[in-house]
Design a binder for this molecule. Structure first.
Ligand SMILES: Nc1ncnc2c1ncn2[C@@H]1O[C@H](COP(=O)(O)OP(=O)(O)OP(=O)(O)O)[C@@H](O)[C@H]1O
Ligand SMILES: [Mg+2]
Length: 352
């Protein structure tokens, strides 16, 4: 071979190697750039980007290297740890399993991090490094509603239950009327209702949420959510709309009233909660539906109002109330309950 031909072949091989190297580098970087790109796209037009990128070094130091002592809960997306950031802020850190849950992670960071309200858990930051994905939230010191409803040594008073229901309903009302498009949560259930230091309730887990543009009544999607809380109509037609959240909220409300699981497996003939409540309101004794943990300390009038409201939430789609209406009815129930409480206290004082 002549010298010229050698140079030409060498040059060609070198160029080819360079192209392969560049392609490999681009593919390797792709998952990361997806998040950065989507984050950039979704924040177009937003005044500010509120969520911070946090290094894995900071995450490991905040949780004492994901120490089991800091473990506070396990969900399908991964484990949750409490921790303290270097600025002293107490947080909850969700370690996302990269397999199959990155989509949830990306959605939560990109489109929903700027959605903020006192009754929604705030996403403070995220970490997206080679092997690790973390979501960093404000810490809700009293854990989730499920622990309080079904835990043996934990009791919520009647008025506290109503306040929790009102807070959660306010969070949903805010999402459903979000100015940039109605946000459907799609996974309302007691473990996604978290309780702050003063038992203020906040909705968590936006990873499954869908945004419906204004002017559109629903979007189609594969069925998501948790067994027992999914609207039967949505299960059949796959139409995502806010009334699906109203249904799930109705089931949660029935649990708040009765302290029961969605299906009570301890009885001979297990029955869905809404069916049981319906049976007891029609001819049965509605007091049989009251959570025994309340020890009889509740307002009968407010209880009946709230059962009716919960059943209207789980009725056919057209009959379900808006979350605005739900908030108003629950406030009425709280008003009745506190009025009765004041009356009872006065009578006791007078009789002493
Ligand atoms: N911000 C937070 N503050 C306090 N505790 C939290 C916080 N976020 C999550 N937790 C706790 O961690 C648990 C697990 O949360 P995660 O959202 O991963 O799963 P889940 O909601 O319980 O179930 P699923 O994965 O089916 O949705 C929660 O039930 C809650 O007790
Ligand atoms: Mg959750």
């Amino acid at each position: 071979m002549s010298r010229g031909l050698w140079i030409l072949t060498g040059g060609l091989i070198a160029t080819l190697l360079l192209i392969i190297l560049a392609l490999w580098h681009m593919l390797k970087k792709q998952p990361k750039s997806n998040l950065s790109q989507e984050k950039h796209d979704s924040n177009d037009g937003l005044a500010e980007d509120l969520t911070q990128s946090i290094s894995s070094k900071e995450i490991y130091s905040a949780t004492n290297n994901l120490n089991p002592v800091n473990f506070i809960g396990q969900g399908i997306a991964g484990k949750v740890y409490k921790g303290v950031l270097s600025n002293g802020l107490r947080v909850a850190i969700k370690h996302i399993i990269k397999d199959g849950h990155v989509e949830t992670f990306v959605r939560e960071v990109t489109s929903l991090s700027h959605v903020r309200h006192p009754n929604l858990v705030t996403l403070l930051g995220y970490c997206d490094e080679e092997d690790d994905c973390f979501l960093v939230y404000e810490l809700c010191a009293n854990g989730n509603l499920s622990e309080w409803l079904f835990g043996k040594d934990k009791v919520l008073s009647w008025t506290r239950r109503l306040e929790i229901a009102i807070d959660s309903a306010r969070g949903l009302w805010f999402l459903h009327t979000y100015p940039e498009g109605c946000i459907v949560h799609r996974d309302i259930k007691p473990t996604n209702i978290l309780l702050g230091t003063n038992f203020e309730a906040k909705l968590s887990d936006f990873g499954l949420s869908k945004i419906i543009d204004s002017g559109v009544s629903y979007v189609s999607s594969e069925v998501r959510g948790t067994f027992g809380y999914v609207d039967p109509e949505y299960r059949q037609n796959h139409h995502v709309n806010p009334s699906g959240d109203v249904y799930s909220f109705g089931i949660v409300l029935l649990q708040i009233l009765s302290g029961q699981r969605v299906i009570n497996l301890n009885v001979k003939r297990p029955m869905p909660l809404d069916k049981m409540a319906k049976l007891l309101t029609r001819g049965g004794k509605i007091t049989d539906f009251v959570d025994p943990k309340l020890g009889g300390e509740y307002s009968t009038e407010a209880f009946e109002l709230t059962v009716k409201l919960a059943l209207s939430c789980t009725a056919h789609k057209q009959q379900r109330p808006s979350m605005e209406r739900v908030v108003a009815r629950l406030e009425e129930a709280l008003y009745i309950s506190t009025r009765e409480l004041v009356h009872e206290t006065r009578s006791t004082l007078n009789s002493v």
